[in-house]
Design a protein around this ligand. Structure first.
Ligand code: NAP
Ligand code: MG
Length: 396
């Protein structure tokens, strides 16, 4: 390695897996260079969360990061860890600094079949995690009366329109988004499609929402035409816009192998549907991509707290699935290799993924996959995390 990757350590069971993965699957095989940031909750508390901001800035500097799952503190965690403050979600902070979009993609094996039988390749969901109903303002309307939408421009542009003349009680909601955020979302999607050489789909309801959703459609179209059309042609991939209901129907009939960009609410709902249909959260990776092409890789699941408490109580290794965390490492190392024209590193990332998939397909699995894996019962061996990782190492 010539350039380090930014390494963000984390919490609980995934922190335990992190160490084993490094020791057994990475360090014996490559001359690993990382810039290490400990985002474990004790260190975040000690540094007043500065470490998270530093790690995010380092990702901007180097371009590639790998992150372990971390605790987002709530009231109970403040007591458990005796925190000075209820620190914000590290993922939220990193996403804000990088202005990025999260892409979630399932890891497929030949022995776990998606519920949708024609899905042969992964479907990656990109969710615009800003604005809309998540930052909406809403009221319960208590009595008859008039609801108006008012905009007061700094330079005099002012609008006022009646939303509804209520003859009875009801509900009322306003929401917003902004061009800068939509543009960043679009660029992150186009960048990720190029990086993974997959077609990009985008869907809204612009026939009904003639200003709001139409703006999303037009921002994507403009940016595609002016910045990405030629690059997409060269890469042999396409950009495809359709209405959300048409997209849903096409996704169900498709064989997968594309990225589906969704507005905030659509992405929230659809990502849970797609990930469940593919199998398990433990087999799902997550990549944060910034509009200027920085990549942060992680698992889609959390710190697996229940397994951690069991591990702490008994001192016995659990059978927690490390696959998504291994793929976060392989993804980051391959991307670093690609940026540095280091083919050996790209190759190592691929081999690590293949060794992991081969291990599962040979019947060596973790407990969570027991009911999903369709191999004959006599072939299946459920291992603890350490044994499972050692089985991968022996294949590497
Ligand atoms: P979680 O850690 O994803 O775990 C929820 C349950 O899903 C587990 O109890 C386990 O089910 C199953 N599971 C998840 N990952 C698994 C794996 N790798 N192998 C086997 N089973 C797995 O979610 P959570 O319990 O809601 O959250 C725990 C902590 O993680 C919280 O403090 C939260 O703030 C944090 N979190 C962080 C991130 C992130 O850093 N990106 C994301 C989400 C949550 P069984 O118990 O049935 O085996
Ligand atoms: Mg959801």
């Amino acid at each position: 390695m010539t350039t380090p990757i930014v390494e963000m350590d984390g919490d609980e069971m995934t922190r335990v897996l992190w160490k084993i993965i490094k020791e057994d699957l990475i360090e014996p095989f490559i001359d690993l260079k990382t810039e290490y940031y400990d985002l474990g909750l004790p260190k975040r508390d000690e540094t007043n969360d500065k470490i998270t901001w530093d790690a995010a800035e380092a990702t901007k500097k180097y371009g590639v990061a790998v992150k372990c799952a971390t605790i987002t503190p709530n009231k109970q965690r403040v007591e458990e860890y005796k925190l000075k403050e209820m620190w914000k979600s590290p993922n939220g902070t990193i996403r804000m600094v990088l202005d990025g979009t999260v892409f979630r993609a399932p890891i497929l094996t030949s022995c776990i079949h998606p519920v949708v039988k024609n899905w042969k390749k992964p479907i990656t969901i990109a969710r615009h995690a800003y604005g809309d109903v998540y930052r909406g303002t809403e009221f319960r309307v208590p009595e008859p009366g008039k609801a108006e939408l008012v905009f007061t421009g700094k330079n005099g542009a002012t609008f006022r329109e009646t939303v509804y003349d209520y003859e009875c009680p009801g509900v009322l909601q306003a929401m917003y988004n902004k061009d800068t955020s939509i543009n960043s979302f679009a660029r992150s999607c186009f960048e990720y499609a190029l990086a993974t050489k997959q077609d990009l789909w985008f869907s809204t309801k612009d026939t009904i929402s003639k200003q709001y959703d139409q703006t999303f459609k037009l921002r994507f179209q403009d940016i595609f035409e002016s910045e990405y059309k030629a690059k997409f042609e060269k890469a042999g991939i396409t950009y495809f816009y359709t209405l959300i209901d048409d997209a849903v129907a096409r996704v169900m009939r498709s064989e997968g192998g594309f990225i589906w960009a969704c507005k905030n609410y659509d992405g929230d709902v659809m990502s849970d549907m797609v990930s469940t249909a593919f199998g398990s959260l433990a087999m799902m990776t997550s990549v944060l991509v910034s509009p200027d092409g920085n990549f942060e890789y992680e698992a889609a699941h959390g710190t697996v707290t229940k397994h951690w408490y069991r591990y702490k109580e008994t001192g016995k290794m659990t059978s927690t699935n490390p696959v998504a965390t291994i793929f976060a490492w392989s993804g980051a190392l391959s991307k670093r290799g690609e940026f540095d024209k280091n083919n050996a590193l790209v190759d190592f990332g691929k081999k690590l993924e293949k060794a992991t998939i081969d291990t599962i397909e040979s019947g060596i699995i973790t407990g969570d996959l027991k009911n999903l894996c369709e191999l004959p019962a006599e072939k299946i061996q459920v291992k603890d995390s350490k044994e499972f990782i050692e089985a991968i190492a022996s294949r590497l």
